[in-house]
Design a protein around this ligand. Sequence first.
Ligand code: IDP
Ligand code: MG
Length: 165
Amino acid sequence: MIQQTLILIKPDGLKKSLTGNVLTRLSETKLDIVAASIVKVSRDLAEKHYMSLKDKPFFDDLLKYIMGEYHKKKVMALVYWGEDAIQKVRAICGSTNPEEADPVSIRGSYGRITTKGVYENVIHASANEQDAEREIKLWFQPDNIIVDLYPTKTVKEATPRRVWA
Ligand code: IDP
Ligand code: MG
């Protein structure tokens, strides 16, 4: 099945200059990159992205982590597209807990748990099609993805926006 999945290289990955290593590992999937951007994550975006975990004891630290308060205030967001994209990417990422992840997976190779208990696991990847749709729509607008993934509508812009002077 052709699928799309949201990938985030988290702030620890950027701080440790792991972008190239992570993208090289992901290239093993032979999937297509159809969107990419560098994002400074707001609290609002962080809360929406992780809304299903809001009752977890680690939620506050998770927000700080993804917002870059422990590393660098940026995340690289990508959409990968192709046959069985979700499962292929999750397999290369490895388990959520980086200490339990397969040592050859991305999280097993580069992740750690801090003494404070934060899972610094380098990468996010959507878990299923429902999450992928919600997450891709949260991180990207249709015009910033080079294929049509979901239905769109055209709206007249009411709010001013910056353009190049
Ligand atoms: P996933 O990222 O493998 O899909 P989720 O359960 O969706 O795992 O959790 C989202 C993120 O929350 C994880 O990637 C990790 O950064 C963090 N996290 C999950 N479980 C724990 C935990 O038990 N302690 C600390 N952080 C956790
Ligand atoms: Mg998840």
